[in-house]
Ligand binder design. Structure first.
Ligand SMILES: Nc1ncnc2c1ncn2[C@@H]1O[C@H](COP(=O)(O)OP(=O)(O)OP(=O)(O)O)[C@@H](O)[C@H]1O
Ligand SMILES: [Mg+2]
Length: 334
């Protein structure tokens, strides 16, 4: 019998994770760099760079974030970058040792149906058959919590919310909120530039501060960071700003959850209220589960908790699903 490799692939706005049935798991930032000119090409010694490697050399490269919100998915350069990225991601788990490859894929929810046909084109030649599922469903499956739960994936591009009750969720069971990690970076950048006039900031700088210090609730903490004002080094406290910015995200998450619960079958609503699961990078904001629970208190008793592996949960759930789905659930793509 042909030896088959199963893959769980989480293509994310900010980072992507692949998990294979041969026991491999990798996370790579969804970034592609192409050398800007022959000098850069010569210096870098390669035609294309990925993830952290591309970001380190960003001044010498044209940088593509092929899954980012707002990027035209049918733009030729972006499509080529997406294809190169997906190929790199899949090659990182050595698929050539197998006769066939079956993959369960999650892609950002802002990628629409027509873009999904580009996704298939991107995967052609890499995998033999695919099945596309949503991020919250993959997470719920990973956590063995797909029979009566609300899963909230707070990613970079979007916050995706689904109610799960033991079957594949349909469109009405899922909702997407546009406020997520990238949105928060913009909010934080704005707050920092208001407090420290003339501060020279990039989104990447602010994102790193957020990832290091993020919290909500309690007293202001001291979070010292280095920034330049007109080229001059300053060390400043952004603790109050980090809290204020992160707390602005919470009502969007809470309202999304409330809507998904309110439109559910009333008999299931107590079960949903009692099992609200946070995942994705945004679930690493310290105190987020407690604050979401507090703000949900007006709909009754709730239980809100965070998964332990928020970055890998989608890919590992997709892999788990890949192994148990009958072949007729897959679409052959070659
Ligand atoms: N400790 C942290 N606190 C707050 N935010 C964090 C933390 N660590 C990572 N993030 C943020 O989480 C986001 C990345 O999360 P994740 O990997 O789930 O997103 P993604 O899957 O790439 O995006 P999407 O699911 O929207 O396509 C980024 O905005 C990142 O800055
Ligand atoms: Mg994601």
């Amino acid at each position: 019998m042909a030896e088959r490799l199963y893959l769980g692939i989480d293509l994310g706005t900010y980072q992507s994770t692949i998990a294979s049935s041969a026991g491999k798991m990798h996370t790579i930032e969804t970034v592609v760099g192409k050398p800007k000119d022959p000098v850069a090409r010569n210096m870098l010694g390669r035609d294309v760079l990925f993830g952290a490697d591309a970001l380190e050399k960003k001044l010498a490269c044209n940088i593509y974030r092929p899954m980012a919100a707002g990027v035209a998915q049918d733009d030729e350069a972006n499509l080529a970058a997406a294809k190169a990225f997906v190929t790199h991601l899949i090659e990182s788990v050595d698929p050539e040792e197998f006769d066939e490859v079956y993959g369960v894929i999650c892609s950002p929810s802002h990628i629409t149906f027509t873009d999904k046909s580009n996704l298939v084109a991107t995967l052609r030649g890499q995998v033999n058959a695919i099945m596309v599922v949503s991020e919250p469903f993959a997470t719920g499956f990973d956590q063995d919590q797909y029979m009566g739960s609300i899963v909230v994936d707070i990613g970079a591009g979007t916050t995706d919310i689904a109610r799960l009750y033991g079957t594949f969720p349909n469109e009405s069971d899922e909702d997407t909120v546009l406020e997520a990690g990238d949105w928060l970076d913009v909010i934080l950048m704005d707050l920092v530039s208001k407090k420290y006039t003339g501060a020279q900031l990039t989104k990447d700088m602010v994102r790193l501060w957020k990832e290091k210090y993020s919290y909500v609730g309690g007293d202001d903490r001291e979070c010292m960071v280095e920034l330049s004002v007109e080229g001059k080094k300053n060390v400043v406290d952004v603790g109050d700003i980090i809290r204020q910015g992160c707390e602005q995200l919470i009502p969007f998450v809470v309202n999304g959850v409330k809507t998904i619960i309110a439109t559910a079958d009333p008999e299931y609503q107590p079960q949903f209220r009692n099992n609200i699961i946070l995942s994705g990078g945004g679930s690493m904001i310290e105190g987020v589960a407690d604050m979401v629970a507090d703000q949900l208190a007006d709909i009754g008793d709730v239980r809100v908790w965070c998964v332990e592996n928020p970055i890998e949960s989608v890919a590992s759930g997709a892999l788990k699903l890949a192994g148990v789905m009958p072949d007729d659930q897959y679409t052959a793509i070659n």
